[in-house]
Design a protein around this ligand. Structure first.
Ligand SMILES: Cc1ncc(C[n+]2csc(CCOP(=O)(O)OP(=O)(O)O)c2C)c(N)n1
Ligand code: SF4
Ligand SMILES: [Mg+2]
Length: 315
């Protein structure tokens, strides 16, 4: 989107209205509002939402912050529910029960716990059946709503309530799952990884592409959580920038099978710059833990090289 007018986009009416109860500065809310801004004026949407902070805090029956039709799902069936709604829509359109010029889009939001772990099977099914829908994972790297438990999206060495740092533990022992790559292997039309950076241009462009590309599309959106990551709320944009400049969270897309790198930092920053900002990693900076930082850096480098290879292979 070359002629993106940021001011115009930011001034579009909100489809996730103020008055919800998400924490101030929550990355999920900022990200979801940005995704919804990519819907074209006049188009309707049906939103599915797996349980999690976003659902619990925006939809307290009989109140809702959503301007569009909204379905609260269990973790396990968030992908399946919108597949069904999209199929019913197609059937109604075919029978002429929905006018030709009425346009609906189908978007599911799920947290990382609900997407990487518990809802993975129904997400995988929806993607494989290639329903005309978008699944957006807002990845804050833990089960935040129930008190910061580790998920398979939690980065190595993060301090969570189920991987507590102490004399016997350095935090989570495993690396995070690379879900965007796994969904790309489903051979769907469009997969992208994004976050709240580059003036929201990356997130806006990818959201619009995902919403308006026919078939199953997937967005993995890093959405920092000031509570779980333990940083000052006002630092969110800095955290997101450091995530992409250290190559911890690369911006890429897989468009009809073609891997494309969207951002390469002029100078790749050391991973410490990203980790130092967050209380969940503060033990890594204690004397004697230098090797943990080295291991973290090696893992970031390995994944980055792998991504560069995948993208270069396509040239
Ligand atoms: C099957 C099931 N297990 C556990 C829960 C309890 N639960 C509600 S919200 C939540 C956390 C969800 O984590 P995530 O999907 O990452 O979203 P976040 O809270 O981080 O936004 C959990 C475990 C549930 N609702 N359903
Ligand atoms: S706990 Fe974290 S993810 Fe949940 S609403 Fe608060 S900032 Fe957002
Ligand atoms: Mg989460």
């Amino acid at each position: 989107m070359n002629n993106l007018n940021l001011k115009e986009i930011m001034n579009k009416p909100e489809r996730l209205a103020p008055g919800h109860r998400m924490c101030a500065g929550c990355g999920a809310t900022i990200g979801v509002r940005a995704v919804l801004r990519a819907l074209h004026e006049g188009d309707y949407a049906v939103i599915g939402n797996a349980t999690g902070c976003l659902e619990v805090s925006t939809y307290m029956y009989p109140y809702t912050a959503w301007e569009d039709s909204y379905i609260h799902n269990a973790f396990e069936n968030a992908g399946a529910t919108l597949s069904g709604v999209e199929t019913a829509y197609k059937a109604l359109k075919k029978k002429g029960k929905i006018p030709e010029d009425v346009n609906y889009k189908f978007i599911t939001f799920g947290g990382d716990g609900g997407t990487y772990d518990i809802g993975f099977q129904s997400l995988s099914g929806a993607m494989e059946r290639n329903h005309d829908m978008v699944y957006v994972c807002y990845d804050n790297g833990a089960y935040m709503n129930t008190g910061i438990q580790r998920s398979s999206a939690t980065p190595m060495y993060a301090d969570t309530t189920t991987t507590p740092v102490g004399s016997q533990s350095n935090g989570k022992m495993q690396n995070r799952k690379d879900l965007a790559a796994i969904i790309a292997e489903h051979d769907v039309p469009y997969v992208a990884q994004t976050t709240l950076t580059t003036d929201f241009k990356d997130l806006h462009r990818k959201s619009e592409k995902a919403i308006y590309t026919e078939g199953a599309c997937f967005l993995n959106m890093m959405a920092p959580c000031p509570r779980g990551w333990q940083y000052d709320t006002s630092e969110i944009m800095k955290i997101c920038k450091l995530a992409v400049d250290t190559c911890y969270w690369p911006l890429f897309e897989v468009d009809h099978g073609k891997w494309i790198l969207n951002y390469e930092p002029k100078k790749k920053l050391p991973i410490e710059d990203f980790l130092r900002e967050q209380g969940r990693f503060k033990h890594l900076f204690k004397k004697g833990n230098e090797d943990l930082l080295v291991q973290f850096q090696q893992e970031v480098d390995r994944r980055w090289e792998n991504l560069l290879y995948r993208c270069a292979r396509e040239d």
